[in-house]
Write a protein that binds this ligand. Structure first.
Ligand SMILES: NC(=O)c1ccc[n+]([C@@H]2O[C@H](COP(=O)([O-])OP(=O)(O)OC[C@H]3O[C@@H](n4cnc5c(N)ncnc54)[C@H](O)[C@@H]3O)[C@@H](O)[C@H]2O)c1
Length: 239
């Protein structure tokens, strides 16, 4: 088991990618605490809004009180709004920034004091943080920012032996994306963007999170790892 005895905190753990990561960490021997608006299937399930500083401080504090430390932090809580800039309400901009970015900051801020040498942080960015994608202005901005934050945090905490990486998934089947894939023709267009010919499953992303959280990735920090069926490799069409 790759994560035997590790204490893991996973945000966005009630659904989709975060739930798969929580399950994969537990299957590899970690004790997993989930933080989500909704209940998670984790050894500790904490219901908290990741944008609420006191709630995040309290949730991480509850984990440390019970298990004494944090070895792995995986940040997945995220929301999306599909609009270009001129159609976005300022409130929509603020909320997506708050969940996707402030939430990552707060979880990191309150976990880091309890992390020691050998600990690992795995943020959830996206391929849309690496490449432009139409109609997703604020979502894309948060994911690009997570990639930049990952590099910065990797430098800031390397001296303490804490590794910080992020994953950039391609389009993955979860409740967040199910509406996009409901129409078979549209689903086929999404599939065609991924040279390996299929959409991602949450478990595809979870396996990469286990790797980055484990000692197998012991000399890897500051990277943005695409897990995307080749989406970012280039133009999938034969032109
Ligand atoms: N599904 C994809 O195609 C895809 C691709 C790239 C990146 N991602 C990223 O992966 C992460 C997980 O996405 P998913 O597809 O599994 O979505 P999802 O909607 O299935 O899960 C997101 C989880 O975050 C929780 N959450 C939302 N707002 C919260 C808040 N304020 N506080 C606490 N919890 C909150 C939700 O309750 C939910 O359980 C997100 O950061 C998303 O941007 C998803």
């Amino acid at each position: 088991m790759k994560l035997e005895g590790k204490v893991a905190v996973v945000t966005g753990s009630a659904s989709g990618i975060g739930a798969a990561i929580a399950g994969a960490f537990a299957a590899e021997g970690a004790r997993v605490a989930g933080i989500d608006l909704r209940p998670s299937r984790c050894a500790i399930s904490l219901e908290a809004d990741v944008t609420d500083e006191e709630a995040v401080r309290g949730a991480v504090g509850a984990v440390v009180e019970r298990w004494g430390r944090v070895d792995i932090l995986s940040t997945n809580a995220g929301i999306a709004v599909r609009k270009p800039v001129d159609e976005l309400a300022a409130e929509e901009w603020d909320r997506v920034m708050a969940v996707n970015l402030r939430g990552v900051f707060l979880a990191s801020k309150y976990a880091l004091p309890h992390m020691g040498s050998g600990a690992a942080i795995v943020h959830m960015a996206s391929v849309v943080g690496l490449m432009g994608t139409r109609n997703r202005a604020v979502y894309t901005a948060t994911k690009g920012a997570i990639i930049a934050l990952t590099r910065n945090m990797a430098l800031d905490y390397a001296g303490r032996g804490i590794r910080v990486n992020c994953i950039c998934p391609g389009f993955t089947r979860t409740p967040l994306t199910e509406k996009l894939f409901a129409d078979p023709e549209r689903e086929a267009r999404f599939r065609a963007l991924h040279p390996l010919g299929r959409l991602g499953e949450p478990e595809d992303v979870a396996r990469a999170a286990v790797f980055l959280a484990s000692a197998d990735a012991g000399w890897i920090t500051g990277v943005a790892l695409p897990v995307d069926g080749g989406f970012t490799a280039g133009q999938a069409a034969d032109i």
